[in-house]
Write a protein that binds this ligand. Structure first.
Ligand code: FAD
Length: 552
């Protein structure tokens, strides 16, 4: 029996247990007993709480475990291990949901956007009885999948239903990496993972240190989340865009949300709305800016996507252990601080995946990456991007969007104006000459590629910074600057080009009742952190609705 709370026995967590990659089945139990200084008979039970690997030394890759254990005398064991920072009580991982909805008639809370931020906000509100209304400009995930694949296969682009817009949000066609560096003492990150597992994700995402679920599973997870939200009284409106906000002026002069204008011509009364529109809601940012919602231009990154054979990356990271199923396809994370303070880094690395066409606007080319759970495609890909700041695109809060568009337009033209992406061999890119043909690495981008000169698709400083970084990356990861590795342009949607202010109560200080959240407002970067921010937004909405009810 696995240790579990409430069974009357004290549980301990032992962390940083390192074992060789090929350790046998009993080695973990022996290592736990040895660490705790107890005999094997005093170790009543153990279960792996976290599993990762350390490949920093390529010749000696180790598996690293955290293990929850039940022992015969926990108090004595803890006393004996008092000086060991890797032995302690099992941490409390419980998430405490918001207080249940008050029984007062009020406009239902609205969630704008059904990406990970909006979905977790809606789920949290629905489970506490608030019956949210979810407004999503794109389509339900199955229809959206069909539309997106039509673009990738045949170049038929739908500006209303694509990689960026639709149920599941921007990360639906992705590698489904579910990790982030955020620390959240309220256990919201754990809560996001548990919600994914309850919706069909494999339970191992609660254990492995770098969980990923791949794109196909995300589709079913998102659908099953919808089933739960609607069963709890939530309501979805797909193909419906929020196109305006109606504000009331309060007696103290501040403004408050009163209603939302929708693209079907209707007006939805709303006094609490989570704004979870993602980083590609360019028209929505413009609408909010025009309506007086304060926002600022924010730093983001631009660059190219690089593809190598996955076997090259596996070999560079794992040496003789390359291909070992316990390690899976290797990932990497690279950063190079270059001249003039420009950092170049790898972004959204997808082992064994494909480069995807990720535009949300006609006549533009944007790259990103995705993979299946198996990560079994021939190439590894990652964005190689350069950090930029509003000093690079002066001109007001929306100037970063214009800057993105300029390079996405250039990529469309360089690709031949058919949604094919411009590509270049690394050797040619470094030598500043156009590619006229490709070599051993076959690009995965669809609907097609066109060999050319990528310098036309990026500002000069970004091209120079990436040219300087690639050989440096090659010294860190053997073969990274492989002559035939393929660069595809352009990677512009790395994070939001704007940020929207919010106060300690999660609301926009100038517009009561509007809760900017997730990646689009500048509070998240990735699926997991967007989900966490959605939960936070739901908690703020619930608290405010409780307070409203108390004064009615
Ligand atoms: P989004 O997911 O962008 O969702 C916003 C939603 O709002 C969209 O569905 C949009 O249609 C809707 N919307 C916008 N405007 C309106 C409006 N006016 N009215 C109604 N609805 C509106 N992150 C990871 O952590 N791991 C990965 O492996 C990963 N891979 C990625 C691969 C790709 C191809 C892409 C594009 C992104 C990837 N990301 C990944 C990033 C991740 O998807 C985002 O960080 C995350 O989706 C942000 O969540 P969000 O809910 O804040 O916004």
């Amino acid at each position: 029996m696995a240790p579990g709370p409430g069974d009357g026995t004290a549980m301990l967590r032992v962390t940083e247990l390192r074992l060789p990659l090929d350790h046998d089945a009993g080695a973990l139990r022996d290592a736990v007993a040895a660490r705790l200084g107890i005999g094997a008979d005093a170790l009543l039970d153990h279960a792996v709480a976290r599993r990762g690997y350390d490949a920093r030394s390529r010749g000696r890759i180790s598996l690293v475990y955290s293990v929850d254990v039940r022992v015969a005398d926990a108090a004595a064991t803890l006393r004996r291990c008092a000086d060991d920072p890797h032995v302690g009580p099992v941490p409390d991982l419980a998430y405490r949901p918001p207080a249940p909805a008050p029984h007062v008639s009020a406009p239902r809370p609205v969630v704008i956007g059904a990406g990970p931020c909006g979905l977790l906000a809606a789920l949290t509100l629905a489970e506490a009885g608030y019956r949210p209304i979810i407004i999503e400009r794109g389509q339900p995930v199955r229809i959206r999948t069909r539309d997106t694949w039509a673009f990738w296969r045949r170049g038929v682009f739908d500006p209303a239903s694509n990689v960026q817009y639709g149920e599941g949000g921007a990360g639906t066609f992705s590698d489904g990496k579910l990790y982030s560096g955020i620390k959240d003492p309220a256990n919201r990150a754990r809560r996001v993972l548990e919600a994914f597992v309850a919706s069909g994700a494999p339970a191992e995402i609660l254990v492995v240190s770098k969980p990923h679920i791949g794109t196909f599973r995300l589709v079913t997870i998102v659908e099953s989340m919808r089933a739960r939200i609607t069963a709890l009284g939530g309501e979805y409106r797909f193909g419906t865009q929020v196109t305006g906000i109606d504000l009331a002026t309060l007696p103290d002069g501040r403004r408050a949300l009163r209603a939302l204008a929708l693209s079907d011509g209707s007006v939805l009364p709303a006094s609490h709305a989570v704004l979870a529109v993602g980083h590609s809601a360019r028209d929505t940012f413009a609408m909010l800016h025009a309506a007086g919602v304060p926002m600022q231009a924010k730093p983001f990154s631009i660059g190219l996507r690089i593809e190598h054979p996955q076997t090259l990356i596996d070999r560079a990271r794992f040496a003789d252990a390359a291909g070992d199923p316990r390690l899976g396809a290797a990932d990497y994370k690279l950063v190079q601080h270059g001249a003039h303070g420009r950092s170049v880094y790898s972004f959204c690395m997808c082992p064994g995946g494909t480069v995807v066409a990720a535009t949300s606007e006609r006549g533009r080319v944007v790259t990103n990456g995705m993979s299946q759970y198996s990560r079994a495609e021939r190439n590894a890909n990652a964005g190689i991007v350069v950090g930029i700041t509003p000093a690079d695109y002066p001109g007001g809060p929306l100037a970063g969007i214009d800057f993105q568009r300029r390079w996405e337009d250039a990529a469309f033209v360089a690709g031949g104006g058919t949604y094919a992406a411009p590509v270049q061999r690394v050797e040619d890119f470094l030598a500043a000459r156009p590619s006229t043909a490709l070599g051993a690495v076959i690009p995965s981008y669809r609907p097609g590629v066109r060999p050319t000169d990528l310098a036309a698709c990026l500002p000069e400083f970004a091209t120079a910074a990436i040219r300087a970084a690639l050989p440096a990356f090659g010294r860190k990861l053997a073969g990274f600057d492989l002559a035939d590795a393929v660069l595809t342009g352009v990677e512009t949607r790395t994070s939001s080009p704007v940020s929207i202010a919010r106060g300690h109560d999660g609301q926009c200080p100038e517009v009561r009742g509007l809760y900017p959240a997730g990646e689009g407002a500048g509070y998240a970067g990735g699926i997991l952190s967007a989900g966490v921010d959605g939960i936070k937004a739901a908690e703020w909405v619930a608290r405010a609705m409780q307070a409203d009810a108390a004064v009615v």
